[in-house]
Design a protein around this ligand. Structure first.
Ligand code: TXA
Ligand code: MG
Length: 340
């Protein structure tokens, strides 16, 4: 399949390119586009065959539901059977933006969008290119992250191209995304909203808006459980093994020195402050605060290629603010969790 690529400047969008991309979506084809979190791989959410194209291109398991993207709250309302007041509050406060609400589906979207569940995840993205595209096609667009299943999510069009060139109909290149980790997924079908996936909107922000918020117990469990060997390379995985190390820069250096003595070439993924104190074969600086670290995380996970280094050593970060999402993704990406 030939993948058409358009370059769009956020400040001065090329409406002709957006119209062409929208036309492909309306025609039942798959088109990748930028959002403020990560690039999404879109298809008409009301067209089952079109949505199948997403699962095929990504190699995604069919039992993992997709998020429907819409331009407005009215359009969101047209996909759900009820909009509880708590969901409405969250939407009013945080959207357009990196929040996905899970609500009872009314069946307008195709069955494979929700993987047969009675609920649907819906989000109104904030990225100007995503908004223009959604307005131009005027259909709900199902869109998971535009990566091959299991790999880190894409934060640039080149990441998408690396994974999906030849497998999708179009790619709208709108530059780098902003937040860098995916939207916060919040189940709003109960009285108290439940965070299913930490993301761009933090638990503290949600609590400030609606009072009580719960967190899916499955998220808390990953806190203490180190990766089982069989769980390797299932999510966000770089090409080489990665150890997530809780400890001081000196602890990290001791591990790097030991592994280098064992003839391994080591890549380090650390904050700017830690980078100043470390030596490794390659050091990737993620940034000086949690927001910067989130924005550069997935690019860093894609930088290390097979044959480049043998092992990545990554430091841990405080689980405050967007640090919750960062640590959630790093734990899934790591092959081992080392607690000094
Ligand atoms: O920021 C984002 O959310 C990006 C951009 C492209 O919008 N999209 C994204 O989609 O991350 P995806 O498919 O990679 O992740 C969607 C997550 C999955 O963990 C999925 O299981 C969950 O949302 N999800 C979707 N619908 C759901 C539902 N009805 N109930 C529970 N979880 C749901
Ligand atoms: Mg994904």
């Amino acid at each position: 399949m030939l993948t058409k690529r358009w370059n769009i400047h956020q400040e001065n969008p090329d409406y002709q390119a957006i119209r062409e991309a929208a036309e492909l979506l309306r025609d039942g084809r798959t088109v990748a586009f930028p959002t403020e979190t990560v690039y999404g791989l879109g298809a008409d959410a009301t067209n089952e065959a079109a949505v199948s194209g997403i699962f095929r291109a990504k190699g995604r398991p069919e039992d993992n539901p997709l998020i429907a993207h819409v331009a407005t709250k009215e359009q969101l309302r047209s996909l759900v059977s009820t909009l509880p007041s708590v969901a409405e509050k969250l939407l009013d406060q945080f959207t357009p933006g990196p929040l996905t609400v899970v609500l009872p589906s009314n069946g307008v979207c195709a069955g494979n969008v929700t993987s047969g569940l009675s609920t649907i995840g819906v989000r109104i993205p904030e990225h100007p290119v995503a908004r223009e595209l959604l307005k131009a096609c005027d259909i709900p667009v199902a869109a998971p992250s535009a990566n091959i299943s299991g790999k880190p999510s894409p934060t640039t069009a080149d990441h998408v191209w690396e994974d999906l060139n030849g497998k999708i109909s179009g790619l709208v290149d709108g530059g780098s995304t902003g937040v860098g980790v995916e939207s916060t997924v919040v189940d709003c079908t109960q009285d108290v909203p439940i965070v299913l996936r930490p993301g761009g909107i933090t638990k503290e922000q949600l609590k400030a808006a609606v009072g009580s918020v719960m967190v899916d117990p499955a998220l808390a469990n990953t806190e203490e459980s180190p990766k089982a060997p069989g769980m390797k390379y299932t999510h966000y995985a770089p090409e080489v093994p990665m150890w997530l190390v809780a400890g001081t820069p000196e602890d990290l250096q001791a591990i790097i020195d030991r592994e280098q003595d064992g003839q391994k070439r080591i890549g380090a993924m650390v904050s700017t402050a830690t980078a100043d104190k470390l030596q490794a074969d390659r050091v990737i600086q993620l940034g000086s605060d949690l927001r910067e670290i989130a924005a550069s995380l997935y690019d860093a996970l894609r930088i290390f290629k097979n044959g480049d280094v043998d092992l990545i050593v990554c430091e841990t970060f405080p689980q405050t603010d967007i640090g919750q999402a960062i640590m959630n993704r790093l734990k899934k990406a790591a092959t081992s969790y080392v607690d000094k």
